[in-house]
Design a protein around this ligand. Structure first.
Ligand SMILES: NC(=O)c1ccc[n+]([C@@H]2O[C@H](COP(=O)([O-])OP(=O)(O)OC[C@H]3O[C@@H](n4cnc5c(N)ncnc54)[C@H](OP(=O)(O)O)[C@@H]3O)[C@@H](O)[C@H]2O)c1
Length: 348
């Protein structure tokens, strides 16, 4: 029944943002018109959703049941054995799933059909929306990237005299905490670290602090900055400067041959950061907005005009791109937050 498949998708949506480089997955097991088990993949390395649901139902009860899964059950040996094999073993009779896993070489679908299970792929738009960025990310070995900017109506992140607090309202800050909570790491530039001394944490009940990542070429880091001393989440300093050493044992210096956006993102993905939020000033923000590696752009706009020469205009490029070659975004959601406007955009 469609409602069970939608419940499996809801379970997956509930854990979106906490599974690192793994997909969020939900599963519901139904027998004789009753839900007998449900589960979600809670974090990388943990049991998969199907296994959680089978465990809840009890191995002896699932024979002849139907399992609804948001994503096609896997058929490969990764950190855990394949879910398709476990489904076969338990005697589940029917499998219904909402998205095909296009990143895997072999499909769980075929494996289960070969063993006589009735397998149905029922594409669902919510599952498609949930997994599209994940598939792109896994294929490229790059995290899912969101860029967040708070700006005035004329696109300024600060005045020409370096004043930036508060352009948008405090209610926006609360929304940003939710955004941070959904990401594994926040990337910022040394300019923001120096100007704002930000914590980059989540100050809401049961919030999860992402790792903090600072980019620098100069290596002129203010080691007294708060985030180096609050011990709330790991801190990484990415640089191509071979002379940079950390005076603080717990701060990780990541020296790369270059710190272009793609190189940094690959390294973050390899460290297990599946979702990355860019919260920086114009220098770094512009590099990400100009790149092809972002999937979401969130712009908070305050109804103010700042003026000046645009020192901190959030998007600046050296060259001028012809209008027919610009990066395009599609506005997929808009809302008022207190007196400000939030625009959620996907890169086209
Ligand atoms: N309203 C907002 O949403 C918002 C958010 C953040 C910041 N801000 C404001 O933005 C202003 C700071 O602007 P900004 O453009 O200087 O900030 P930024 O982009 O955060 O930092 C720029 C610095 O980051 C480092 N960097 C940038 N790209 C790099 C790369 N690819 N590899 C290695 N290092 C890299 C460089 O540091 P080194 O010089 O050390 O090499 C560079 O000078 C402040 O006034 C701050 O308050 C506003």
């Amino acid at each position: 029944m469609k409602q069970y498949l939608e419940q499996a998708i809801s379970l997956a949506e509930m854990v979106e943002g906490q599974t690192g480089v793994n997909p969020p997955v939900g599963a519901v097991i139904v027998k004789e018109g009753r839900i007998i088990g449900m589960g979600a993949h809670l974090k990388k390395g943990d049991k998969h959703a199907e296994i959680q649901a089978i465990d809840m139902a009890g191995q002896d009860n699932v024979k002849g049941a139907t399992i609804y899964v948001s994503l096609e059950p896997c058929s490969h040996y990764g950190a855990t054995p394949p879910c398709a094999a476990r489904i076969i073993e338990t005697g589940i009779q029917k499998v219904v799933y909402a998205a095909r896993d296009i990143t895997l070489p072999a499909t769980g679908h075929d494996m289960m059909v070969e063993k006589g299970i009735d397998v149905y792929y029922e594409p669902h738009p919510r599952a498609e929306q949930l997994y599209a960025p994940f598939f792109t990310s896994k294929t490229a070995s790059l995290p899912i990237v969101t860029v967040k900017v708070s700006a005035s109506l004329d696109g300024k992140q600060a005045t020409d005299h370096d004043e930036s607090q508060w352009i948008t309202s405090k209610a926006v800050k609360t929304d940003v905490f939710k955004l941070r909570h959904m990401h594994d790491a926040i990337v910022t530039g040394n300019g923001t670290l120096t100007a704002d001394n930000p914590s980059l944490t989540v100050r809401t009940a049961d919030g999860r602090h992402p790792a903090r990542v600072i980019l620098t070429r100069s290596g002129n880091i203010n080691w007294d900055a708060t985030l180096f001393h609050d011990h709330l989440a790991p801190v990484y300093v990415y640089t191509d400067n071979t002379a940079l050493v950390s005076p603080l044992e717990h701060v990780n210096i990541v020296q790369l041959p270059n710190t272009e956006t793609e190189t940094v993102l690959h390294d973050l993905y390899n460290k297990g950061f599946g979702r990355v939020l860019i919260e920086a000033g114009p220098k770094l923000t512009s590099q990400f907005l100009a790149s092809e590696f972002i999937s979401t752009f969130i712009l908070y706009l305050a109804p103010k005009i700042i003026g000046g020469q645009g020192k901190y205009q959030y998007f600046q490029t050296e060259g001028v791109t012809p209008l027919d070659q610009l990066n395009h975004f599609e506005i997929v959601h808009s809302e008022m937050i207190d007196t400000d406007m939030k625009l959620l955009m996907k890169r086209k």
